[in-house]
Design a binder for this molecule. Sequence first.
Ligand code: NAP
Length: 253
Amino acid sequence: MRRILILGGTAEARRLAERVAARGDISVTLSLAGRTRAPAAQPVPVRIGGFGGAQGLAAYLAVERIDVLVDATHPYAAIISANAARAAAMTDLPLLKLRRPPWVAVAGDRWTEVADVPAAVQALGSAPRRVFLALGRKEIGPFAGAPQHHYLVRSVDPVDPPLAVPHAVYITGRGPFGEADEGALLIAHRIEVMVAKNSGGRATYGKIAAARGLGLPVIMLRRPTLPETPAVATVEDAVAWLAHALTRRERAP
Ligand code: NAP
């Protein structure tokens, strides 16, 4: 039986695992970093935790006799994607990146693109503002350097320790988040500006559409550059690519 490792942590990884496992002739393992305390249930066997860099991942691929590696991690998870590219090269394995296309600004959007979180802090300016931080809990630390703002922080798990600022409200939640609910949240907290990542996909687009509807500016973190690897944008395309890659591998001497 052919063996596939899917590097996950995204809804697409889960859906791909389900689709491939349904074939019945491929053994699928899904790998999670172990960031969330209670990860969503997954449709295939899961392994959790880092591999120990590209070398560690390469060793895992060899020991587990993996045939194909799929990197279906979040577009901002740049380290694991770089590791996947290096490990696939070291082990001479086919690698596919499943990457959601980024959102594109449309009429009415007021986006300012910035390179990273410190640049987002800068972009907020010095005057106090009411800010919605739609970032991971591990990424918000630099906002402690701008304690004049009021922050609304939403994360999957509680932020612990809290941000060292006098005005912060914390809420937890796991998407998908609809536009109407997002709009109500922004209004209830009198949000003036949002900081977000260009994650792509529908599950978290509600806040972007809601900001547009309310005329709010969005400080958008630019996507990191990922290694040049074969990439597809949809689960459907990944399924097709995998079928082709596995057939080629079967035919290889
Ligand atoms: P990262 O910075 O690219 O990776 C940091 C380290 O975490 C990696 O070097 C690796 O450790 C480990 N790691 C990451 N993804 C892994 C996976 N799927 N399986 C096993 N180990 C993994 O990643 P991140 O931004 O912290 O994201 C961590 C996970 O959360 C990813 O799986 C990603 O898909 C998911 N996620 C991230 C975001 C985001 O905005 N970054 C949003 C939603 C979901 P070793 O070097 O020890 O192997």
